[in-house]
Design a protein around this ligand. Sequence first.
Ligand code: ADP
Ligand code: MG
Length: 376
Amino acid sequence: MQSTDNMRGIVSRFETAGTVMEISPLGPGFINDTLIVKCLDGDAEVRYILQRKNHNVFPDVPGMMNNIVMVSDHIKAKVEAAGGDPMRETLTVVRRKADSIAEEEKGLPYHDLYYKDEDGNFWAMCLFIEGSVTYERADTPALAFKGGQGIGKFQAQLADFDIPLSETIKGFHNIRWRFVQWDEALERDAAGRVKDLAEEIGWIESRKEEMLAFWSLVEDGTIPTRVTHNDTKISNILFDKDGEVLCVIDLDTCMSSTSLNDFGDAIRSYTNTGAEDDRDLSKVSMSLEMFKAYAEGYLSERKASMTESELEWLAFSARYITYEQVLRFLMDYIDGDVYYKTNAPDHNLVRTHAQYKLLQSIEDQYEQMKAIIAAC
Ligand SMILES: Nc1ncnc2c1ncn2[C@@H]1O[C@H](COP(=O)(O)OP(=O)(O)O)[C@@H](O)[C@H]1O
Ligand SMILES: [Mg+2]
Protein backbone atom coordinates (compact mmCIF):
# COMPACT_ATOMS: atom_id res chain seq x y z
CA MET A 1 0.00 0.00 0.00
CA GLN A 2 1.31 3.42 -0.94
CA SER A 3 1.59 6.28 1.55
CA THR A 4 -1.24 8.78 1.75
CA ASP A 5 1.00 11.51 0.30
CA ASN A 6 1.77 9.33 -2.69
CA MET A 7 -1.89 8.58 -3.16
CA ARG A 8 -2.78 12.26 -2.98
CA GLY A 9 -0.09 12.95 -5.55
CA ILE A 10 -1.61 10.37 -7.87
CA VAL A 11 -5.16 11.66 -7.39
CA SER A 12 -4.05 15.25 -8.00
CA ARG A 13 -3.32 14.35 -11.61
CA PHE A 14 -6.95 13.53 -12.33
CA GLU A 15 -9.86 15.83 -13.06
CA THR A 16 -11.78 15.39 -9.79
CA ALA A 17 -14.34 17.87 -8.48
CA GLY A 18 -13.66 20.11 -5.47
CA THR A 19 -11.15 19.20 -2.76
CA VAL A 20 -9.84 15.74 -1.98
CA MET A 21 -10.89 14.89 1.59
CA GLU A 22 -10.10 11.23 2.05
CA ILE A 23 -8.57 8.26 0.24
CA SER A 24 -9.39 4.85 1.66
CA PRO A 25 -9.22 1.25 0.50
CA LEU A 26 -12.49 -0.19 -0.72
CA GLY A 27 -13.76 -3.03 1.44
CA PRO A 28 -11.91 -4.74 4.26
CA GLY A 29 -8.77 -5.60 2.27
CA PHE A 30 -5.44 -4.22 3.48
CA ILE A 31 -3.48 -4.62 0.29
CA ASN A 32 -6.19 -3.35 -1.96
CA ASP A 33 -5.72 -2.11 -5.46
CA THR A 34 -9.10 -0.41 -5.44
CA LEU A 35 -9.49 2.78 -3.41
CA ILE A 36 -12.29 5.24 -2.81
CA VAL A 37 -11.49 8.94 -3.13
CA LYS A 38 -13.88 11.26 -1.35
CA CYS A 39 -14.06 14.87 -2.53
CA LEU A 40 -16.03 17.86 -1.33
CA ASP A 41 -17.33 20.10 -4.08
CA GLY A 42 -19.07 23.00 -2.33
CA ASP A 43 -21.56 21.18 -0.12
CA ALA A 44 -21.69 18.11 -2.29
CA GLU A 45 -19.69 14.98 -1.65
CA VAL A 46 -18.44 13.28 -4.81
CA ARG A 47 -16.70 9.92 -4.67
CA TYR A 48 -14.40 8.24 -7.14
CA ILE A 49 -12.81 4.85 -7.60
CA LEU A 50 -9.03 4.85 -8.00
CA GLN A 51 -7.52 1.61 -9.28
CA ARG A 52 -4.06 0.31 -9.87
CA LYS A 53 -4.19 -1.62 -13.12
CA ASN A 54 -2.14 -4.77 -13.15
CA HIS A 55 0.22 -4.38 -16.10
CA ASN A 56 1.47 -7.94 -15.72
CA VAL A 57 -1.99 -9.22 -16.58
CA PHE A 58 -2.68 -6.40 -19.05
CA PRO A 59 0.45 -5.54 -21.02
CA ASP A 60 -1.29 -2.67 -22.83
CA VAL A 61 -3.00 -0.59 -20.13
CA PRO A 62 -3.47 2.47 -22.44
CA GLY A 63 -5.24 0.30 -25.04
CA MET A 64 -7.32 -1.24 -22.28
CA MET A 65 -8.35 2.20 -20.99
CA ASN A 66 -9.33 3.26 -24.50
CA ASN A 67 -11.46 0.10 -24.81
CA ILE A 68 -13.24 1.04 -21.58
CA VAL A 69 -13.92 4.59 -22.77
CA MET A 70 -15.22 3.48 -26.16
CA VAL A 71 -17.50 0.85 -24.61
CA SER A 72 -18.85 3.12 -21.88
CA ASP A 73 -19.38 6.04 -24.29
CA HIS A 74 -21.42 3.77 -26.53
CA ILE A 75 -23.54 2.64 -23.58
CA LYS A 76 -23.97 6.27 -22.43
CA ALA A 77 -25.51 7.18 -25.77
CA LYS A 78 -27.89 4.22 -25.49
CA VAL A 79 -28.89 5.13 -21.94
CA GLU A 80 -29.51 8.77 -22.90
CA ALA A 81 -31.65 7.70 -25.86
CA ALA A 82 -33.71 5.54 -23.50
CA GLY A 83 -34.18 8.43 -21.06
CA GLY A 84 -31.99 6.85 -18.37
CA ASP A 85 -29.21 8.33 -16.21
CA PRO A 86 -25.92 8.07 -18.14
CA MET A 87 -23.86 8.79 -15.02
CA ARG A 88 -25.30 5.80 -13.16
CA GLU A 89 -26.01 3.31 -15.89
CA THR A 90 -22.45 2.89 -17.06
CA LEU A 91 -18.92 3.68 -15.91
CA THR A 92 -17.58 7.21 -16.31
CA VAL A 93 -13.82 7.36 -16.74
CA VAL A 94 -12.15 10.39 -15.12
CA ARG A 95 -9.47 11.94 -17.32
CA ARG A 96 -6.17 13.52 -16.45
CA LYS A 97 -5.99 17.25 -15.73
CA ALA A 98 -4.54 18.81 -18.89
CA ASP A 99 -1.88 20.69 -16.93
CA SER A 100 -0.71 17.52 -15.17
CA ILE A 101 0.36 15.87 -18.40
CA ALA A 102 4.13 16.16 -18.85
CA GLU A 103 5.66 16.90 -22.24
CA GLU A 104 7.12 13.40 -22.53
CA GLU A 105 3.68 11.86 -21.86
CA LYS A 106 2.00 13.80 -24.64
CA GLY A 107 3.22 11.56 -27.45
CA LEU A 108 1.83 8.42 -25.80
CA PRO A 109 -1.49 6.97 -26.94
CA TYR A 110 -4.50 7.73 -24.69
CA HIS A 111 -2.24 9.53 -22.21
CA ASP A 112 -5.18 11.40 -20.69
CA LEU A 113 -6.81 8.18 -19.45
CA TYR A 114 -4.20 6.91 -16.96
CA TYR A 115 -1.21 7.93 -14.87
CA LYS A 116 2.00 5.91 -14.72
CA ASP A 117 3.87 6.51 -11.46
CA GLU A 118 7.62 6.42 -10.76
CA ASP A 119 7.44 2.69 -9.91
CA GLY A 120 5.84 1.89 -13.26
CA ASN A 121 2.36 1.31 -11.81
CA PHE A 122 -0.61 2.36 -13.89
CA TRP A 123 -3.49 4.19 -12.19
CA ALA A 124 -6.93 5.07 -13.50
CA MET A 125 -10.04 6.67 -12.04
CA CYS A 126 -13.75 6.49 -12.55
CA LEU A 127 -16.82 7.91 -10.89
CA PHE A 128 -18.16 5.97 -7.91
CA ILE A 129 -21.77 5.05 -8.61
CA GLU A 130 -23.65 5.91 -5.43
CA GLY A 131 -26.50 3.89 -4.02
CA SER A 132 -25.46 0.75 -5.84
CA VAL A 133 -25.47 -2.79 -4.53
CA THR A 134 -23.26 -5.71 -5.52
CA TYR A 135 -23.52 -9.39 -4.66
CA GLU A 136 -20.42 -11.40 -3.90
CA ARG A 137 -21.86 -14.75 -4.95
CA ALA A 138 -24.78 -15.96 -7.01
CA ASP A 139 -25.98 -19.12 -5.33
CA THR A 140 -29.73 -18.92 -5.86
CA PRO A 141 -31.72 -19.08 -9.10
CA ALA A 142 -33.06 -15.57 -8.38
CA LEU A 143 -29.51 -14.17 -8.34
CA ALA A 144 -28.53 -16.23 -11.38
CA PHE A 145 -31.47 -14.66 -13.22
CA LYS A 146 -30.24 -11.18 -12.25
CA GLY A 147 -26.69 -12.00 -13.30
CA GLY A 148 -27.98 -13.14 -16.69
CA GLN A 149 -30.04 -9.97 -17.01
CA GLY A 150 -27.00 -7.81 -16.23
CA ILE A 151 -24.75 -9.33 -18.88
CA GLY A 152 -27.64 -9.64 -21.34
CA LYS A 153 -28.41 -5.93 -21.01
CA PHE A 154 -24.75 -4.98 -21.39
CA GLN A 155 -24.44 -7.02 -24.57
CA ALA A 156 -27.72 -5.73 -25.96
CA GLN A 157 -26.53 -2.14 -25.49
CA LEU A 158 -23.35 -3.05 -27.36
CA ALA A 159 -24.91 -5.20 -30.08
CA ASP A 160 -24.35 -2.46 -32.69
CA PHE A 161 -20.83 -1.53 -31.54
CA ASP A 162 -18.64 -2.42 -34.49
CA ILE A 163 -15.20 -0.96 -33.73
CA PRO A 164 -12.62 -3.67 -33.03
CA LEU A 165 -11.27 -3.38 -29.47
CA SER A 166 -7.62 -3.86 -28.74
CA GLU A 167 -6.76 -7.40 -27.67
CA THR A 168 -5.83 -6.84 -24.03
CA ILE A 169 -5.14 -10.52 -23.36
CA LYS A 170 -3.78 -12.42 -26.34
CA GLY A 171 -5.75 -15.37 -27.65
CA PHE A 172 -8.38 -15.24 -24.92
CA HIS A 173 -10.91 -18.07 -25.44
CA ASN A 174 -9.39 -18.79 -28.85
CA ILE A 175 -9.19 -22.57 -28.90
CA ARG A 176 -7.05 -22.64 -32.05
CA TRP A 177 -4.40 -20.65 -30.20
CA ARG A 178 -4.82 -22.87 -27.11
CA PHE A 179 -4.12 -25.96 -29.22
CA VAL A 180 -0.85 -24.42 -30.39
CA GLN A 181 0.14 -23.99 -26.74
CA TRP A 182 -1.22 -27.46 -25.94
CA ASP A 183 0.87 -29.19 -28.61
CA GLU A 184 3.96 -27.35 -27.40
CA ALA A 185 3.25 -28.35 -23.79
CA LEU A 186 2.89 -32.03 -24.73
CA GLU A 187 6.09 -31.85 -26.75
CA ARG A 188 8.04 -30.15 -23.93
CA ASP A 189 6.62 -32.39 -21.20
CA ALA A 190 8.37 -30.03 -18.78
CA ALA A 191 7.41 -31.87 -15.59
CA GLY A 192 7.68 -35.41 -17.02
CA ARG A 193 3.98 -35.97 -16.29
CA VAL A 194 2.69 -36.81 -19.77
CA LYS A 195 3.32 -40.57 -19.42
CA ASP A 196 0.72 -40.81 -16.61
CA LEU A 197 -1.95 -38.76 -18.33
CA ALA A 198 -3.12 -40.88 -21.26
CA GLU A 199 -6.75 -40.82 -20.11
CA GLU A 200 -6.89 -37.08 -19.44
CA ILE A 201 -5.12 -36.23 -22.69
CA GLY A 202 -7.70 -38.41 -24.43
CA TRP A 203 -10.50 -36.22 -22.99
CA ILE A 204 -8.95 -33.24 -24.74
CA GLU A 205 -8.02 -34.90 -28.03
CA SER A 206 -11.39 -36.63 -28.52
CA ARG A 207 -13.24 -33.29 -28.48
CA LYS A 208 -10.72 -31.26 -30.44
CA GLU A 209 -12.53 -31.37 -33.78
CA GLU A 210 -15.92 -30.24 -32.48
CA MET A 211 -14.32 -27.36 -30.58
CA LEU A 212 -12.39 -26.22 -33.65
CA ALA A 213 -15.56 -26.53 -35.72
CA PHE A 214 -17.32 -24.11 -33.36
CA TRP A 215 -14.41 -21.68 -33.43
CA SER A 216 -14.33 -21.78 -37.25
CA LEU A 217 -17.85 -20.34 -37.23
CA VAL A 218 -16.55 -17.40 -35.20
CA GLU A 219 -13.56 -16.97 -37.51
CA ASP A 220 -15.64 -17.04 -40.69
CA GLY A 221 -18.25 -14.64 -39.29
CA THR A 222 -21.15 -17.11 -39.15
CA ILE A 223 -21.21 -16.27 -35.44
CA PRO A 224 -20.69 -12.49 -35.23
CA THR A 225 -17.87 -10.79 -33.35
CA ARG A 226 -19.10 -8.32 -30.74
CA VAL A 227 -17.98 -6.79 -27.46
CA THR A 228 -17.34 -9.41 -24.81
CA HIS A 229 -16.88 -8.63 -21.13
CA ASN A 230 -14.85 -11.71 -20.23
CA ASP A 231 -15.32 -11.51 -16.46
CA THR A 232 -19.01 -12.06 -15.93
CA LYS A 233 -19.13 -12.75 -12.21
CA ILE A 234 -22.03 -11.20 -10.37
CA SER A 235 -19.72 -8.95 -8.33
CA ASN A 236 -19.06 -7.10 -11.58
CA ILE A 237 -22.69 -6.02 -11.90
CA LEU A 238 -24.07 -3.03 -9.99
CA PHE A 239 -27.74 -3.11 -9.00
CA ASP A 240 -29.87 -0.30 -7.61
CA LYS A 241 -31.60 -0.47 -4.23
CA ASP A 242 -34.64 -2.14 -5.78
CA GLY A 243 -32.48 -4.85 -7.25
CA GLU A 244 -32.70 -3.59 -10.84
CA VAL A 245 -29.58 -3.81 -13.01
CA LEU A 246 -27.70 -0.51 -13.10
CA CYS A 247 -24.64 -1.46 -15.10
CA VAL A 248 -21.76 -3.83 -15.65
CA ILE A 249 -18.39 -2.69 -14.26
CA ASP A 250 -14.81 -3.98 -14.26
CA LEU A 251 -14.49 -3.46 -18.01
CA ASP A 252 -10.72 -4.18 -18.05
CA THR A 253 -11.15 -7.45 -19.92
CA CYS A 254 -13.52 -6.16 -22.63
CA MET A 255 -12.43 -7.37 -26.04
CA SER A 256 -13.88 -8.26 -29.41
CA SER A 257 -14.99 -11.86 -29.79
CA THR A 258 -18.17 -13.90 -29.77
CA SER A 259 -20.50 -12.75 -27.02
CA LEU A 260 -21.45 -16.41 -26.57
CA ASN A 261 -18.24 -16.77 -24.56
CA ASP A 262 -19.64 -14.53 -21.83
CA PHE A 263 -22.70 -16.75 -21.58
CA GLY A 264 -20.65 -19.95 -21.58
CA ASP A 265 -18.26 -18.71 -18.93
CA ALA A 266 -21.10 -17.59 -16.70
CA ILE A 267 -22.77 -21.00 -17.00
CA ARG A 268 -19.47 -22.68 -16.15
CA SER A 269 -19.18 -20.76 -12.89
CA TYR A 270 -22.79 -20.07 -11.83
CA THR A 271 -24.13 -23.59 -12.25
CA ASN A 272 -21.40 -25.75 -10.69
CA THR A 273 -22.85 -27.54 -7.64
CA GLY A 274 -19.34 -28.22 -6.35
CA ALA A 275 -16.06 -26.33 -6.12
CA GLU A 276 -13.71 -25.75 -9.03
CA ASP A 277 -11.14 -27.91 -7.22
CA ASP A 278 -13.47 -30.38 -5.53
CA ARG A 279 -11.77 -33.66 -4.68
CA ASP A 280 -15.23 -35.15 -4.15
CA LEU A 281 -16.43 -35.52 -7.72
CA SER A 282 -19.88 -36.62 -6.58
CA LYS A 283 -20.47 -32.99 -5.58
CA VAL A 284 -19.67 -31.60 -9.02
CA SER A 285 -22.40 -31.22 -11.63
CA MET A 286 -24.26 -28.58 -13.59
CA SER A 287 -27.45 -27.43 -11.88
CA LEU A 288 -30.08 -27.32 -14.61
CA GLU A 289 -32.19 -25.06 -12.40
CA MET A 290 -29.37 -22.49 -12.23
CA PHE A 291 -28.83 -22.84 -15.96
CA LYS A 292 -32.50 -22.16 -16.63
CA ALA A 293 -32.51 -19.10 -14.37
CA TYR A 294 -29.38 -17.59 -15.91
CA ALA A 295 -30.52 -18.31 -19.48
CA GLU A 296 -33.95 -16.78 -18.84
CA GLY A 297 -32.42 -13.63 -17.35
CA TYR A 298 -29.90 -13.34 -20.16
CA LEU A 299 -32.37 -13.90 -22.97
CA SER A 300 -34.96 -11.54 -21.45
CA GLU A 301 -32.55 -8.72 -22.31
CA ARG A 302 -30.60 -10.13 -25.18
CA LYS A 303 -32.71 -12.31 -27.45
CA ALA A 304 -33.96 -9.44 -29.64
CA SER A 305 -30.39 -8.60 -30.67
CA MET A 306 -29.19 -12.15 -31.31
CA THR A 307 -28.76 -13.80 -34.69
CA GLU A 308 -30.11 -17.27 -35.51
CA SER A 309 -26.58 -18.68 -35.38
CA GLU A 310 -25.96 -17.20 -31.93
CA LEU A 311 -29.17 -18.70 -30.56
CA GLU A 312 -28.32 -22.03 -32.13
CA TRP A 313 -24.86 -22.16 -30.52
CA LEU A 314 -25.68 -20.54 -27.18
CA ALA A 315 -25.93 -23.79 -25.21
CA PHE A 316 -22.80 -25.13 -26.87
CA SER A 317 -20.81 -22.15 -25.58
CA ALA A 318 -21.02 -23.65 -22.07
CA ARG A 319 -19.35 -26.81 -23.39
CA TYR A 320 -16.74 -24.81 -25.25
CA ILE A 321 -15.70 -22.66 -22.29
CA THR A 322 -15.74 -25.54 -19.79
CA TYR A 323 -13.70 -27.68 -22.17
CA GLU A 324 -11.17 -24.87 -22.56
CA GLN A 325 -10.86 -24.72 -18.78
CA VAL A 326 -10.23 -28.48 -18.55
CA LEU A 327 -7.53 -28.02 -21.15
CA ARG A 328 -5.95 -25.06 -19.32
CA PHE A 329 -5.82 -26.85 -15.96
CA LEU A 330 -4.37 -29.98 -17.54
CA MET A 331 -1.89 -27.98 -19.59
CA ASP A 332 -0.67 -26.18 -16.47
CA TYR A 333 -0.27 -29.53 -14.72
CA ILE A 334 1.78 -30.77 -17.67
CA ASP A 335 3.84 -27.57 -17.62
CA GLY A 336 4.67 -28.12 -13.93
CA ASP A 337 2.19 -25.66 -12.37
CA VAL A 338 3.50 -22.38 -13.69
CA TYR A 339 0.27 -20.41 -14.25
CA TYR A 340 -2.32 -21.21 -11.59
CA LYS A 341 -1.46 -20.96 -7.91
CA THR A 342 -1.51 -24.43 -6.38
CA ASN A 343 -1.88 -25.67 -2.80
CA ALA A 344 -0.78 -29.27 -3.45
CA PRO A 345 1.40 -31.04 -6.03
CA ASP A 346 -1.71 -32.52 -7.66
CA HIS A 347 -3.91 -29.40 -7.35
CA ASN A 348 -4.07 -28.77 -11.09
CA LEU A 349 -4.87 -32.43 -11.72
CA VAL A 350 -7.68 -32.25 -9.15
CA ARG A 351 -8.99 -29.16 -10.92
CA THR A 352 -8.75 -30.96 -14.26
CA HIS A 353 -10.85 -33.86 -12.96
CA ALA A 354 -13.43 -31.60 -11.31
CA GLN A 355 -13.77 -29.43 -14.40
CA TYR A 356 -14.05 -32.51 -16.59
CA LYS A 357 -16.82 -33.84 -14.37
CA LEU A 358 -18.64 -30.54 -14.90
CA LEU A 359 -18.10 -30.81 -18.65
CA GLN A 360 -19.59 -34.30 -18.68
CA SER A 361 -22.57 -33.10 -16.70
CA ILE A 362 -23.12 -30.27 -19.19
CA GLU A 363 -22.83 -32.71 -22.09
CA ASP A 364 -25.33 -35.06 -20.44
CA GLN A 365 -27.87 -32.25 -20.08
CA TYR A 366 -27.22 -30.61 -23.43
CA GLU A 367 -30.58 -31.51 -25.00
CA GLN A 368 -32.46 -30.09 -22.01
CA MET A 369 -30.35 -26.93 -22.15
CA LYS A 370 -31.22 -26.45 -25.80
CA ALA A 371 -34.91 -27.03 -25.03
CA ILE A 372 -34.81 -24.36 -22.28
CA ILE A 373 -33.26 -21.87 -24.70
CA ALA A 374 -35.80 -22.70 -27.38
CA ALA A 375 -38.63 -22.17 -24.87
CA CYS A 376 -37.33 -18.65 -24.10
N1 ADP B 1 -17.69 2.79 -10.22
C1 ADP B 1 -18.07 2.08 -9.16
N2 ADP B 1 -19.13 2.48 -8.41
C2 ADP B 1 -19.52 1.75 -7.33
N3 ADP B 1 -18.89 0.64 -6.90
C3 ADP B 1 -17.83 0.20 -7.59
C4 ADP B 1 -17.37 0.89 -8.75
N4 ADP B 1 -16.29 0.24 -9.23
C5 ADP B 1 -16.09 -0.80 -8.39
N5 ADP B 1 -17.01 -0.84 -7.41
C6 ADP B 1 -17.09 -1.84 -6.34
O1 ADP B 1 -15.78 -2.35 -6.12
C7 ADP B 1 -15.72 -3.76 -6.37
C8 ADP B 1 -14.40 -4.11 -7.06
O2 ADP B 1 -14.25 -3.35 -8.25
P1 ADP B 1 -13.84 -4.00 -9.63
O3 ADP B 1 -13.72 -2.91 -10.63
O4 ADP B 1 -14.78 -5.11 -9.94
O5 ADP B 1 -12.37 -4.52 -9.31
P2 ADP B 1 -11.74 -5.98 -9.14
O6 ADP B 1 -10.76 -6.07 -10.25
O7 ADP B 1 -11.13 -5.95 -7.79
O8 ADP B 1 -12.83 -7.01 -9.27
C9 ADP B 1 -16.95 -4.04 -7.21
O9 ADP B 1 -17.41 -5.37 -7.06
C10 ADP B 1 -17.95 -3.02 -6.69
O10 ADP B 1 -18.56 -3.51 -5.50
MG1 MG C 1 -14.56 -7.18 -10.20
